[in-house]
Ligand binder design. Structure first.
Ligand SMILES: O=C(O)CCC(=O)C(=O)O
Ligand SMILES: [Fe+2]
Length: 212
């Protein structure tokens, strides 16, 4: 668990990014050994465990292959690598709460597999004042990604069409941004594109207050 301690240092970059622009891109955020283990876990899943991703909010989820075509599988900590990753994100959550008083209660994440040609059209992960998702993370798991493979994440400033970040999904790169503030989209790739998308939440998905 040394790497968790080491990552405590690296969290200062994330803190600075959130205080500043609200978004940061961090190459080599997770070391290659853990990334390889996470990738292996995803590759070992039987195909039926990866299901068309849902869009929309909690109770009203639907799949809509016109908006996204990837397949996902929630991460519950079934393997040592998954538990290790969740421990790192818990440590990040606690650091954010301690230093920025963000009140993050939970972290949920899923594997995402975009096969060649898959996409996720421009969207926001949470809507102002209506969502529980405060902070988005995306960790990429792709070895030897080349520019010509495509599959970039394009991030835009709120209500702007100018691309702010163009991120290639290299193994170990983490993107982290305020979920309500940055529209983004995933361009199609020419090969499989694997990631872990996650969200720090300020409450339970089924908190009673949401139902009133
Ligand atoms: O994989 C990515 O680069 C982003 C995925 C995404 O936007 C999402 O799952 O909400
Ligand atoms: Fe997203």
């Amino acid at each position: 668990m040394n790497a968790v301690v080491r990552l405590e240092q690296d969290f200062s970059n994330v803190i600075d990014a959130i205080i500043g622009p609200g978004i940061g891109v961090f190459p080599h955020f997770i070391d290659s050994e853990l990334v390889a283990a996470l990738r292996h876990d995803l590759a070992s899943l039987p195909p039926w465990e990866l299901t068309p991703a849902a869009i929309g909010r909690e109770q009203h989820q639907q799949t809509n292959e016109q908006i996204r075509s990837d397949k996902t599988r929630w991460i519950e900590g079934d393997t040592p690598a998954q538990r290790y990753y969740l421990a790192i994100m818990t440590s990040l959550r606690e650091t954010l709460n301690r230093q920025l008083f963000m009140g993050l209660k939970d972290y949920e994440c899923h594997y995402a597999l975009y096969q060649a040609g898959d996409f996720y059209k421009k969207h926001l992960d949470a809507f102002r004042g209506r969502g529980n998702r405060r902070l988005t993370t995306v960790l990429y798991l792709n070895d030897d990604w080349q520019e010509e493979d495509g599959g970039e994440l394009l991030v835009y400033p709120f209500q702007s069409k100018t691309v702010l970040h163009r991120v290639q999904p290299h193994a170990g790169t983490l993107v982290c941004f305020l979920s309500e503030d940055f529209p983004h989209e995933v361009l199609p790739a020419t090969r499989d594109r694997c990631s872990i998308a996650g969200w720090f939440r300020i409450d339970d998905p089924i908190a009673p207050a949401r139902r009133l």
